[in-house]
Design a protein around this ligand. Structure first.
Ligand SMILES: Nc1ncnc2c1ncn2[C@@H]1O[C@H](COP(=O)(O)OP(=O)(O)OP(=O)(O)O)[C@@H](O)[C@H]1O
Length: 986
């Protein structure tokens, strides 16, 4: 949805709207002083105003940016039959034209631009809340109208309505075409798109293939990429597109609404206009967008939905919450960031909400007490929205970006080309009769020249006819007022214009709402008006059932009428004029239309494809045709075109009916609805039959129209008719040739593409082959590698196993040796301790001996010293003498004995010491051996552990594929653990 605003030049409009007072809002609050407010906000502050006198026509469309506020209105719906049944009470009511007040707490009141009671018609709502936005859009100011409210509050009723009470969308469409009709100074090009946002996914309702579209942004704002836009030519055309789009919309049954909208829909009308005819001052083109939005309803937690409905509900609530946040941030001047990107809805509406166009918010509410809280939330939302400021300005675009300018330029160029062709045809070289002998030669030359000219003429005729048809096609897309009869902008018959009638009947093209197809028994019950008075709607509903069996049934007599008009065109020339532009728009008996028809210039009237037109008009056409014989064929072509178009429409209708039939069939399971649906199906079947007949009849008519035209003409006309047919033929053959040429080119391209495709296919095949070869090679290599790896792993495992066994054995040996050594060591220790004891005893003995020895040595020494003195001098006492005598008697044997004893004891001592050192040495050796064996054991244990780890690692890659291996591996690890445990134990 492209929008144009940012950076666009604003200019004062010259339209009738420009002179209107500049105010589209009411935000003053002085006139409702008695209205007190709740704590949350001061609603009356924006609405304590004297009810504004809304005059739709008085809304300005100023090109200068003037500050406005969003137009906020509130619409109450009546209590539904179910609510009445459940004994619901009124919780909120419209107090005057601008105040909504709470029944239970009258102090709580909110003021808005306008409050509509439950009996207000949608037409009135349109006049107050929408007309000025539509008018602005027609003048280049973007406009957005949306309905907001909880589920089942009446949003769809307000935006789409039904045949009895058309909604804002059909009324706006009708209004747009009325404004075109009333604006002879400009010509318009209208395009429509229709989107839905379902579960945060943007879908194109006009193009079922357009799913999950992306939202993009350019210098002119946000837009939906790849959305289908259809040029529309009449209200009926636009409404039929909506009807087709509605077929694809997501609708589902909820606790509150039998057919609840499960998606937000955005119907966008893109309007381009430029001055035309005598008003054409080469000015800019206005471009604007009118967004008509039917939001899905927010759901309260009371809804108790499950599954898909719950999911939808959460998406709906989330996007509406984001809308609320965006709106409150927009009104909070301190807010730096507006979270438009948080939902698809706000992202699409970004341009509209950010204040570059007019916005009208219609909040729909229910008065019922069960929804009091939700209604209060809606009222608060509406109150916040009231404070958004907008600066609406006209969008103007430069020529290149305008589709209407593009078409206009193309038409101009084609016309120039046509003129050139015409002048080329007229110039016929003149051959003068020179007289004399070479007259035969000259005649010959003349004939040749004529032949050549003839063929050139034919070619040029063909080209001209092609150009004419192209001009015709393009011109048909541009809409102008049929009031521009005095305008000199349609000088040629070729500038055929669509014309429109805007009678009420066109609204009957409003698609029959799906919800109307399902018979809601509630609808047969009572509707209670807001003030509590009960209306019996049974009669009205009966009338509804009879009068409004839906679009399809409605169309039946209309279409039939239209068709019969077309059918009588050849037989009954006196029947009323019909416009081909609205073959699907029944309006023959519309006085407005006939008035318009008569106001048309001759060219335009003839351009109306008036099959059933008055005789005189046809005569006029014929006179015209006589003057411009090459154009004569157009009449027949137009007639055939009309019939074909009608045939197409009938086929489409048939398709719609078939789809309606399909839609109805699954629903036939419910007993309560079966009867109604059966009747509907029977009716639709009948209609389909009728349509089939009509199509057949039309087909006959197409062929007979050509034949009958031949029969009717007299002899004189025969030639003209033949020439017409020839012209047609040449046109057709030219077209055929062009098409054949195109076909040839296409064929060549196709062949080329086929060749390319073949080449690509071959390449793909060879690549596939290569890929499969490479894959198989790779697989084989992989298998071989795996095999090798497995083998080597198995080998290694075997080796490791062996090593482990060896190690285990050596470990056992070592352990045995260790034990032995330990035993030996303990024995050696015993020995050592015994030796130590012995040694100690020996050393004691040695010490004794040494002492003894010393004594003996000392004695010996004393003997040696005493022996000579004893001989030479007598001793002083006898005893000493005796001893000396005794000692003198045995000195030598004692000494030697002592010496011997000493020597022996020394030897003994030495031997003991040697023994001791030897034992110590042995003990040391044993100790060393024990240490060594311990180290060896530790080393072996380490080795063993490493090996187990290694085995486990090696096993691991295999383990994923081979459970046996894993178990084996784990077994081994266990074994290792056991071993460790055993070791620990040992
Ligand atoms: N102003 C009204 N006058 C009479 N009937 C109304 C009015 N508004 C709504 N209704 C009826 O109330 C019912 C629910 O309305 P509608 O489907 O428009 O609600 P909704 O808000 O679009 O719901 P949802 O969000 O679930 O789609 C319909 O049967 C409709 O005809």
């Amino acid at each position: 949805m492209a929008s144009s605003h940012g950076g666009l030049k604003s200019r004062k409009s010259t339209s009738k709207y420009s002179n209107s007072p500049v105010s589209s809002t009411t935000s003053s609050s002085k006139h409702v002083p008695e209205v007190s407010v709740d704590n949350l906000s001061s609603p009356a502050s924006s609405g304590k105003s004297k009810p504004r006198n809304f005059q739709p026509e008085s809304f300005p469309v100023s090109s200068e940016r003037s500050k406005e506020n969003v137009t906020v209105t509130v619409r109450f719906r009546p209590l539904s039959p179910r609510e009445i049944r459940q004994g619901e009470e009124i919780a909120w009511y419209a107090d005057g034209e601008t105040i909504v007040r709470n029944e239970h707490t009258p102090a709580i009141a909110y003021a808005y631009d306008r409050v509509f009671g439950p009996t207000t018609t949608t037409r009135h709502v349109y006049d107050i809340a929408a007309h000025h936005v539509v008018g602005g859009a027609m003048e280049g100011v973007n406009g957005t109208i949306f309905a907001y409210g909880v589920t089942s509050s009446g949003k769809t009723h307000t935006m789409h309505g039904d045949q009895r009470s058309p909604g804002i969308i059909p009324l706006a469409v009708k209004d747009v075409f009325s404004i075109i009709q009333e604006t002879p100074s400009r010509e318009f090009l209208l395009r429509v798109s229709y989107l839905e946002i379902y579960n945060e996914v943007v879908n194109d309702l006009l193009n079922p293939a357009g799913q999950n579209l992306r939202i993009r942004e350019d210098s002119q704002g946000t837009f939906v990429e790849g959305v289908k836009e259809e040029v529309v030519l009449s209200p009926a055309h636009a409404l039929s597109l909506i009807a087709a789009g509605e077929e694809h919309r997501h609708v589902g049954s909820t606790n509150f609404n039998l057919l609840s909208s499960r998606s937000h829909t955005i119907f966008t009308l893109t309007i381009e206009s430029s001055p035309c005819g005598e008003y054409d001052d080469g000015g800019d083109v206005n471009l604007s967008q009118l967004n008509l939005i039917d939001l899905a309803g927010s759901e309260s937690s009371k809804a108790e939905t499950v599954g898909v409905r719950r999911k939808e509900g959460s998406y709906i609530n989330k996007s509406l919450l984001t809308l609320g946040t965006v709106i409150s941030k927009l009104t909070d001047f301190r807010a730096a960031h507006i979270p438009y990107r948080d939902s698809k809805l706000t992202r699409i509406l970004q341009s509209s909400l950010s204040g570059h166009g007019r916005v009208s918010l219609i909040c729909t509410v229910t008065p019922s007490s069960s929804n009091s809280e939700e209604t209060h939330n809606t009222l608060k939302f509406a109150h916040r929205a009231k404070h958004i400021e907008i600066q609406a300005a006209q969008n103007r675009i430069i020529d290149e970006k305008s589709l209407i300018k593009k078409y206009q330029n193309e038409i101009r160029l084609l016309k120039e080309e046509l003129e050139q062709l015409k002048s080329g045809i007229v110039v016929v070289p003149q051959f003068k009769d020179n007289g004399g002998d070479d007259i035969v030669l000259l005649k010959q030359k003349l004939e040749d020249g004529q032949m050549k000219l003839q063929s050139r003429l034919e070619q040029e005729e063909e080209a001209k006819a092609a150009l004419l048809s192209r001009i015709q096609r393009l011109t048909k897309l541009i809409l102008v007022s049929t009031k521009s009869s005095t305008s000199s902008r349609l000088p040629h018959r070729s500038t055929l214009r669509r014309r429109h009638s805007f009678g009420e009947e066109e609204l009957a093209y409003l698609p029959q709402r799906k919800r109307d197809l399902i018979l809601d028994d509630e609808n047969t019950e009572l509707y209670v008006s807001f003030d509590g008075s009960v209306e019996n709607n049974n009669d009205a509903l009966k009338e509804k059932k009879n009068k409004k069996p839906g679009l399809l049934n409605w169309l039946k007599p209309r279409r039939h009428h239209s068709i019969s008009g077309a059918l009588t065109s050849t037989s009954d020339k006196s029947s009323g004029a019909k416009s081909i532009s609205t073959p699907s728009t029944p309006q023959a008996d519309n006085p407005t239309e006939s008035r318009h028809s008569h106001s048309l210039p001759t060219e335009c009237r003839s351009a109306e494809f008036s099959l059933g037109g008055p005789q005189d008009q046809e005569l006029n056409d014929d006179t015209f045709l006589q003057q411009e014989s090459p154009l004569t064929s157009l009449k027949t072509i137009d007639q055939i075109d009309l019939l074909k178009e009608q045939q197409k429409i009938l086929s489409e209708e048939m398709a719609i009916q078939l789809s309606a039939l399909k839609r109805l069939s699954p629903g036939a399971s419910r007993d309560s609805e079966r009867e109604f649906i059966n009747v509907e199906i029977a009716r639709l079947n009948e209609q389909i039959k009728l349509k089939n007949d009509q199509i057949k009849q039309l087909e006959d008519n197409i062929s007979s129209s050509v034949v009958s035209s031949c029969h009717k003409i007299d002899e004189d006309e025969h030639t003209r008719s033949v020439s017409e047919l020839e012209a047609q033929l040449s046109e057709k053959s030219f077209e055929l040739e062009v098409k054949a040429g195109d076909n040839r080119v296409l064929q060549e391209q196709l062949n080329q593409k086929i060749d390319e495709c073949k080449g690509l296919q071959d390449a793909i095949n060879s690549l596939k082959q290569q890929l499969s070869d490479a894959r198989s090679e790779f697989d084989a290599e992989k298998d071989a590698k795996i095999m090798l790896l497995r083998q080597s792993q198995a080998h290694e495992i075997e080796k490791l196993k062996e090593k482990v066994t060896e190690l285990t054995e050596s470990n056992t040996q070592l352990e045995a040796r260790n034990n032995k050594l330990a035993e030996e060591s303990s024995y050696a220790k015993g020995l050592a301790s015994a030796a130590a004891v012995e040694l100690k005893a020996l050393s004691e003995e040695v010490a004794k001996l040494m002492n003894h020895n010393e004594k003996l040595s000392a004695e010996l020494a004393s003997h040696k010293n005493n022996s000579p003195s004893n001989h030479r001098r007598p001793t002083k006492n006898g005893r000493k003498d005796n001893n000396s005598h005794f000692r003198q008697k045995e000195p030598s044997p004692t000494q030697s004995e002592l010496k011997r004893e000493l020597a022996i004891s020394r030897e003994k001592e030495m031997a003991y010491e040697a023994m001791l050192s030897e034992k110590e040495q042995i003990e040391f050796d044993l100790q060393k051996t024990v240490e060594e064996s311990k180290q060896r054991e530790a080393y072996l244990e380490n080795e063993l552990a490493n090996m187990w780890v290694l085995i486990a690692k090696l096993k691991k890659p295999q383990g994923n594929n081979n459970n046996t291996d894993v178990s084996e591996s784990s077994h081994r690890v266990d074994g290792f653990e056991n071993y460790g445990q055993t070791k620990d134990f040992v």
